[in-house]
Design a protein around this ligand. Structure first.
Ligand SMILES: *Cc1c(COP(=O)(O)O)cnc(C)c1O
Length: 380
C-alpha cells in the first residue's frame, strides 16, 4: 500500500476519441469510467479541442483581476445554468479546492465552525476537505486532522440530520449521489430534509456535485432531479472535459460575506475556454438526456445479468454494480480480457462513469463483458 500513490496500470494510453481509448500497442478500449467522470463530452471532442487550441494561441494566462473573455463567459454561463439563485461563481483548479472554498465561505457567512458531513462521503484530499471525508483509509496516515469540528451523520437518515444540524452549524455538505462511497443515490425525501433543517438552523447547504454534475445523473445538476436547491454547489471533474477546473456556485447571502479567498490560477483562460466548449456541447447535444436514456438502458440490462450481483444502483450514467465477491478481479478481467476500463468504488462495487456520449451499443458491449465475467460457470 505504501507505493499506492505512485502505482501505474499495465496499459499505456496514447489517444482517445468519444468513448474509446487507444493504447500504444494498438488495442482499443471502451472507457467505462471516463477516468473518474472527467470526460462527459467524450475524449477530444472537436469543439473542446478547437476552443483550447484557439485560446492557447491567444493567451495562456493573465491574473484573475484582469477580465478575459473566456473567463467572463464561463462565469456568465455558470450563473445562467446554476440551479435557482446560486449565481455567484468562484473558479479554482480542482474538486477539493472547490469544496475548501465552499467550507470557508459557509464559515465566514454564518460565523459558525461546525461542519456536518455524511458517512461514506468523499469531498477531497486536502486537509480541510479530507477532514469532512469519511473513509479512515484516506485519513489515517495523515492524522491528526486539522479539523475538529466535523460531525458525521448516516447518509439517508433524515431524523439524524434534524438532530445534528443546529444553530452552531456552518454547513451541511452532501453528495446528491454518493460516488466514492459506492454509488448511493439520496433516498426519497432526504435532500428535502437537508434543505429544511439547514434553512431552519441558518446553516449553508452544500451539494458536492463534483462527480454528479455536468449531466452525469440525467440532469445538468443532480439536485435538479431531486428538486432541491442548495446554498452552495461545487463542480469539477468533467466540467472542462479533463482540464483542471473547479467551480463553487454560491447564493447571494453567502457571497456577500464570503471572506477573503483567492488562487493564482483561478479561471485560467485555456481551462475556462475548455469549460465553455464543454458546457455548450453538454447543453446543445443534450448529454444529460442521453445519460438518462443510455443509463436507464444500461441499468435494465445489468439487472438482467445472471451471476453474483447483489444490487445495481445509480442514476443516469453514474452506476454501481455491487458484486458478491471483490470488484478487483472483475475490473481486471474487464480491462484485460474484454477491453472495458471501469472503476472501483470500495471493495465490492464496480463503478461505471462513462463519457455521456456513450452509445447504446457501447453500453451493450459493457453489459456483455460483465455478463461473461460474472456468469456462474466462469467462477473458479
Ligand atoms: C473527485 C471528487 C472530489 C475531489 O476532486 P479532486 O479534483 O480530485 O480534488 C470531491 N468530491 C467528490 C464527490 C468527488 O467525486
Amino acid at each position: 500500500m505504501s507505493g499506492f500513490v505512485f502505482s501505474q496500470k499495465p496499459i499505456s494510453i496514447e489517444s482517445g476519441e468519444g468513448s474509446t481509448l487507444l493504447a500504444d500497442d494498438g488495442t482499443e478500449y471502451i472507457d467505462a469510467g471516463a477516468s473518474y467522470a472527467c470526460t462527459p463530452t467524450g475524449h477530444c471532442h472537436p469543439e473542446v479541442v478547437s476552443a483550447v487550441r484557439e485560446q492557447v494561441g491567444d493567451l495562456i494566462y493573465v491574473q484573475g483581476s484582469y477580465p478575459v473573455a473566456a473567463r467572463t463567459e464561463l462565469k456568465a454561463k455558470l450563473s445562467a445554468l446554476a440551479p435557482g439563485g446560486i449565481e455567484n461563481v468562484w473558479l479554482c483548479n480542482s474538486g477539493t479546492e472547490a469544496n475548501e472554498a465552499a467550507l470557508k465561505f459557509a464559515r465566514s457567512a454564518t460565523g459558525n465552525a461546525k461542519i456536518v458531513a455524511a458517512k461514506r462521503g468523499f469531498h477531497g484530499r486536502t486537509m480541510g476537505t479530507l477532514s469532512a471525508t469519511w473513509k479512515p483509509k484516506y485519513k489515517k496516515p495523515f492524522e491528526p486532522m486539522i479539523e475538529d469540528h466535523v460531525e458525521f451523520v448516516t447518509y439517508g437518515d433524515s431524523d439524524e440530520l434534524a438532530d445534528v444540524v443546529d444553530e452552531e452549524t456552518a454547513a451541511l455538505i452532501l453528495e446528491p449521489v454518493q460516488g466514492e462511497g459506492g454509488i448511493h443515490p439520496a433516498p426519497e425525501g432526504y435532500l428535502e430534509t437537508a434543505r429544511e433543517v439547514t434553512e431552519e438552523a441558518g446553516a449553508a447547504l452544500i451539494f458536492d456535485e463534483i462527480q454528479t454534475g455536468v449531466g452525469r445523473t440525467g440532469d445538468l445538476w443532480a439536485c435538479e432531479g431531486y428538486g432541491v436547491t442548495p446554498d452552495i454547489l461545487t463542480s469539477a471533474k468533467g466540467i472542462a472535459s479533463g482540464l483542471p477546473l473547479g467551480a463553487t456556485l454560491v447564493a447571494d447571502w453567502i457571497a456577500e460575506d464570503a471572506g477573503p479567498h483567492g488562487s493564482t490560477f483561478s479561471g485560467n483562460p485555456v481551462v475556462t475556454a475548455a469549460a465553455n466548449a464543454t458546457l455548450e456541447v453538454v447543453v446543445d447535444e443534450d448529454l444529460p438526456g442521453q445519460a438518462a436514456d443510455v443509463g436507464a438502458h444500461l441499468c435494465e440490462e445489468l439487472e438482467g445479468i445472471e451471476g453474483p450481483i447483489r444490487e445495481v444502483r445509480g442514476s443516469g450514467l453514474m452506476i454501481g454494480i455491487e458484486v458478491k465477491r471483490g470488484a478487483n478481479r472483475v475490473l481486471r478481467d474487464l480491462a484485460l480480457e474484454h477491453q472495458v476500463l471501469a472503476l472501483p468504488a470500495g471493495r465490492t462495487v464496480v463503478r461505471l462513469l462513462p463519457p455521456l456520449v456513450l452509445t447504446e451499443s457501447e453500453a451493450d458491449r459493457i453489459v456483455a463483458a460483465l455478463g461473461e465475467i460474472l456468469a456462474p460457470q466462469s467462477k473458479p
